[in-house]
Design a binder for this molecule. Structure first.
Ligand code: ATP
Length: 897
């Protein structure tokens, strides 16, 4: 095997039988794909299934159950011990399966944002899913790309890679193409680009030398994407709660045992009572239910085009207070049409819409003559351009940057064709557009002279221009203020403005950024419309109603930014934009103030976004920030929710983000916030539903022991209730759609406790109702002369029936359950139906009777239990209504005059 880094590039391309200019043919690539396989690391056995299963067992709450099971085994209570272990197994299995599913779903979503690569095949550049790459493919790299396979570089300009993932080197490394000594260590092989690393600057080309498992990354198993993290702030908070609860339960259980034994009860009975208390009070189903709810939420968000990369983002979305959004493509359509050109002191307008090159250029209502400054402006805009237009099924589409495509369309309206211009004036060199510098330049040979064409932001070019072209194409002195005033007029009309200029270089010079700093000749201004997205204004309104502020942070001109912000309701009449330059002059305090009050930030450099996020966070805001470029990554990482663009974003940005929008649309962020709030609600609903059962069961046992009476419910019956109701009833809350009015509430404070006082009181109310119902009806049955088994069956059914109706109460935490659409969540009905069937089996099927020590009960018993359950549900609804009424009461009245 050749050492690629030590080999001349020509030898490498010969080895792979590829012409670096035209790449492989599709036929050869297809053959190689068959023999080398897809370019992805084969799945490695991650954490073994067995270990993952065991991890389910070593949760503190489950360990208590296992201990209880062991003791019952020791005591030869075979049935009890079998059921306890059965529950432990079922619980672990449910957790194992659900967690596996959630992990797989998350990983699939992350993969769904497929990494693409630009490849030269059959002489043309095209975007390809990176898994189709084969050795010998010629790959084109640009800033922001994730390197799709191991490449031997054969050309590069200012190419810099971030290789921390592979080498641990935190600073970007500069790349070159010269061969290196064979013994050069991996981290110093600067003529190679390794799969999984990122291009953070410049551009280059390389030939694929290894794909899939053969890549350096593929060989290091540690780099294979580890399982996604399923913990979130809420699950961590619950973990802490579970640990504390466990200690409390253990103390209570020991006390129960001690008190009972001291009273002279048998140690065995008291041990079983302590076990009953422990298993009853432990909310076993909680962790699995949390994961399921979050996973279902993530799937829902994906359907609304928001891909969650980190589960914790789901919750954070619910407390987002500020959304900082890009303008172009997120708030606007990114569908550009050139409307105006200013060149040679004249003003031109363009007719026609979209990317169809139909229409013309007019001056004062008459067809314009394309000559002098106008022609040179259009020629520059075509040559300094990387986009292409294509007609697919009679539809004109764009390959590349829409801003550049619009320039091609404008030129075609003046009968200037890009293919002809490019062949007449071939490109010799280029400086690609970068959003920090806001310019792009290309070098061409025109009649034996090296001409540089530059396009970019007006402020960036104007200072470097000494003269301008007039209408005849002669160079004359430049009045910068006139150009600036014209640019401002265009921007204030909402147009995106580009300036064009040119200069000359001597044939020996290589194009560098310093050549753009002076001596340019100004050619003209081009103004294009990019209409706001129709859905964006509504989404901005929805955010405002939800107490979320929306800020526009754009690289565009302040005039354009404010005009679009006004159309969208982000800014109102009188609003001014704060520019990147002004921002740079502010100290941290000033910035904090500005960040709090200003809604439009223009000409912002990506690096400044990081300062803005920090300033907002310092004010206690929970910030969602969008980004697409390679320089946006630090801000995306710093934001509470980094949002990357799935269509137009770079791989670097996607990797840094918590959420990826598959349609790049601002409205999708708003939808995700709404879902996030709904999911959090569902988590709280589950907790509010489940805790009274555990508390009620614990209290019943405690009360029985204190009263010195027989246990109204046995440990096995408790386990039965907990397992079946958690799976068939509680989990169904995960399917609850977001409640109406969810976006009329203010964002949840991240520091707010999961359960507020009213909810804690409701939990207490239901727990006490359960205690009195189960205990009361149990005692009543005994007094009536019913058997112990019958009385216990009644108590168990009280729990199940009350919980079933209470499930409907919990569908909304604040509003009557019938007002949120009785059938909006059919799962609740299906689960309740299945639960009742199981309960009939529990009561009437002989095997169940002997396992759980239950006995058939009569219709009048069911009627009493049913009536009690209805009473409880009504009590909860009354409590909700009372709370709603007191919340709506005018302050003067509630102050109790
Ligand atoms: P946003 O940050 O909201 O997406 P934006 O797309 O306008 O805004 P940039 O892409 O950074 O931000 O563009 C900033 C400025 O750079 C534009 O106003 C324009 O003048 C100039 N510009 C944009 N695209 C190009 C390009 N392809 N070539 C040269 N200059 C460009």
């Amino acid at each position: 095997m050749l050492k690629w880094h030590a080999t001349e590039t020509a030898t490498v391309t010969n080895y792979f039988a590829v012409d670096p200019a035209s790449g492989l043919t599709d036929v050869v690539a297809a053959e190689r794909l068959r023999s080398y396989g897809a370019n992805r690391p084969s799945a490695r056995p991650g954490r073994g299934a067995f270990l993952r299963f065991v991890a389910q067992l070593v949760q503190p709450l489950i360990l208590v159950l296992i201990a209880a099971g062991m003791v019952t085994l020791f005591l030869r209570e075979w049935v009890d011990s079998a059921v306890i272990f059965g529950v432990v197994l079922v619980n672990a299995l449910v957790g194992f399966i659900q967690e596996g599913k959630a992990e797989a779903a998350l990983a699939a979503l992350v993969r769904a944002v497929a990494a693409e690569a630009t490849v030269v095949r059959d002489g043309a550049r095209r975007r390809l899913d990176a898994i189709h790459l084969v050795p010998g493919d010629v790959v084109v790299l640009a800033a922001g790309d994730k390197v799709p396979a191991d490449l031997r570089l054969f050309s590069g300009k200012e190419l810099r890679h971030a290789e921390a993932a592979l080498t641990g080197e935190s600073l970007p490394v500069a790349k070159h193409v010269e061969p290196l000594p064979a013994e050069t260590p991996l981290a110093d092989r600067h003529n190679m680009a390794y799969a999984g690393t990122f291009v953070v600057g410049g551009q280059g080309t390389g030939v694929v030398v290894a794909t899939g498992d053969a890549t350096e990354t593929g060989r290091i198993s540690a780099l294979i994407a580890s399982a996604p993290d399923l913990t979130t702030p809420l699950t961590r908070q619950l973990d802490v709660f579970a640990r504390r609860l466990l200690v409390a339960i253990l103390i209570l259980a020991v006390l129960t045992f001690g008190v009972g034994v001291l009273r002279g009860e048998s140690a065995l009975d008291m041990f079983m009572a302590a076990v009953a208390l422990a298993v009853g009070a432990i909310p076993e189903g909680l962790p699995a239910a949390m994961t399921v709810t979050l996973a279902i939420g993530v799937a829902r968000m994906a359907r609304r085009r928001a891909i969650i990369r980190k589960l914790s983002a789901v919750e954070t979305l619910g407390s987002t207070t500020v959304i900082c959004s890009d303008k172009t493509g997120t708030l606007t359509e990114n569908a550009m049409t050139v409307r105006e050109i200013r060149a040679g002191g004249e003003h031109f307008t363009l007719s026609g819409d979209g990317y169809a090159p139909v229409g013309g250029i007019e001056r004062e209502g008459l067809p314009a003559t394309v000559a002098g400054a106008l022609k040179e402006t259009l020629v520059a805009s075509v040559l300094c351009n990387d986009a292409r237009l294509a007609q697919v099924e009679n539809q004109w589409t764009v390959i590349g940057d829409p801003t550049e495509a619009a320039l091609l369309v404008a030129a075609r309206k003046a009968n200037l064709d890009e293919a002809i211009l490019n062949s007449l004036f071939p490109r010799r060199d280029e400086l690609p557009f970068d959003s920090a510098r806001q310019v792009m330049a290309t070098l061409h040979e025109v009649d034996g002279v090296c001409v540089v064409y530059v396009k970019g932001a007006v402020e960036k070019l104007l200072g470097a221009c000494a003269g301008r072209l007039d209408r005849q194409g002669r160079e004359v002195p430049l009045a910068g203020e006139d150009v600036q005033a014209a640019a401002l007029r265009m921007a204030e009309a909402g147009l995106r403005v580009l300036a064009l200029a040119r200069s000359e270089l001597s044939p020996t010079q290589v194009l560098e950024h310093e050549h753009l700093g002076s001596g340019l000749v100004f050619l003209g201004l081009i103004g294009m419309i990019d209409p706001p997205r129709s859905s964006a204004a509504a989404a901005v309104r929805a955010c405002h109603a939800a107490g979320i502020r929306v800020k526009m942070i754009t690289g565009d001109h302040p005039g354009t930014a404010v005009a679009i912000a006004r159309q969208l309701g982000i800014a109102d009449a009188g609003t001014c934009a704060l520019t990147g330059q002004e921002l740079a002059r502010l100290d941290d305090d000033g910035l904090r103030q500005a960040a709090a009050t200003v809604n439009v930030f223009a000409r912002v450099e990506p690096e400044q976004k990081l300062r803005l996020v920090k300033a907002l966070q310092a004010d206690g805001e929970v910030v969602a920030m969008t980004g697409d470029g390679v320089n946006d990554a630090p801000a995306l990482k710093q934001a509470d929710i980094g949002v990357a663009m799935g269509l137009g974003g770079t791989e670097v940005a996607k990797e840094a983000a918590e959420m990826v929008l598959t349609d790049d649309n601002f409205a999708t962020i708003e939808a995700a916030v709404e879902e996030g709030r709904g999911i959090y609600d569902n988590l709280v609903k589950f907790i509010v539903w489940t805790i009274p059962t555990n508390a009620g069961e614990g209290l019943v046992i405690l009360a029985a022991i204190l009263a010195g009476s027989t246990l109204p419910i046995t440990p096995l019956q408790i386990l039965w209730i907990n397992m079946t109701t958690a799976i068939l009833l509680g989990m169904m809350l995960a399917f609850e759609p977001a409640e109406q009015g969810i976006m009329q509430r203010p964002p949840r404070a991240p520091s707010a406790p999961i359960l507020d006082r009213p909810l804690l009181l409701r939990i207490l109310l239901v727990s006490i109702l359960l205690l009195s119902g189960a205990f009361g009806l149990f005692e009543l049955a005994l007094q009536r002369g019913q058997s112990l088994a019958e009385a216990r069956t009644i108590a168990a059914n009280v729990f199940v029936l009350v919980e079933t109706l209470y499930l409907f109460n919990c569908r909304s935490l604040s509003r009557p359950f019938w007002s949120i659409g009785a059938f909006a969540n059919p799962w609740v009905w299906a689960g309740s139906g299945a639960m009742l069937l199981l309960q009939l089996a529990f009561t009437y099927v002989p095997v169940m009777n002997s396992i759980f020590q239950t006995a058939p009960i009569g219709l009048s018993d069911w009627a009493t239990i049913g009536a009690f359950a209805v009473f409880c549900a009504a009590a909860v609804e009354l409590e909700k209504r009372w709370r709603l009424a007191s919340a709506c009461r005018p302050p003067a009245l509630s102050a109790g005059r």
